[in-house]
Design a protein. Sequence first.
Length: 284
Amino acid sequence: MKTLFKYLDKIPKTIVPVIGVISVILLGVLDYLSGYEMAFSMFYLLPVVFVSWFDKRNHALLISILSAVTWMSADISAGNVYSHPLILVWNTTMRLGFFLLAVFAFSEIKKLLGVEQTFARTDFLTDIANSRAFYELAKIEIDRSVRFRRPFTIAYIDIDDFKQINDTLGHSKGDNLLQSIAKTIKDNTRSMDIVSRLGGDEFAILFPETNETNAKSAITKVQQSLLSFVKNNNWPVTFSIGTVTCYESCILDELIKEADTLMYSVKESGKNRIEYKIYSPQKC
């Protein structure tokens, strides 16, 4: 089912309402040929739901009206006779109402699902990508780098002495600092770069299309901006960073572990530095 939805979601939005209209017309023809005694109500719901889920609500409302009118026309053309003309009007109105309810219901479900998926991949405190989103995007980038033979870089950032902020100033101040750091990193990276909070006081940046030379320039800019921010605001913290560039097919867990190891090496040797490494493909 997930595979089917992924396939349908790739259909261009401009084609979705066209498919809906054609489906309704075909259903109307089948409804007429099968006669009024055979119920086709459930089938008319399919194009309504399809357009509701994969296109705009306005288009789905038009498909709902078309479905109700087509259903009525097929009913009459097939020879169904009503004891009173108002019965036809009533049935058509009820059918239209049913379709409209389906449109609003499925539109809201899709909206809520989108919100849930966003929250599932967003860090609640800093409003940047969380570790789940980072791992998913990093896997995609590894596949892309293999396909197009393009490098990418991962930077692992740890806030030095962050625990003292929580211990001396309180967790609310610590949260404020994390939020400001996330914003500073975002403001000093490209829109295509993925900034993530992996947990606690650890952040990561995924730099697509970035070799070691460009990575050094990019992460140095980030660190200098962070140091300038904390200095201007009298925060007694610095930043230890491990940066790894990958040129070929690398195993994600090993790549992140390597960046993490570099970061801890910086912390153990005095903190507040950046250490770089090109990940060896022989280890992958």
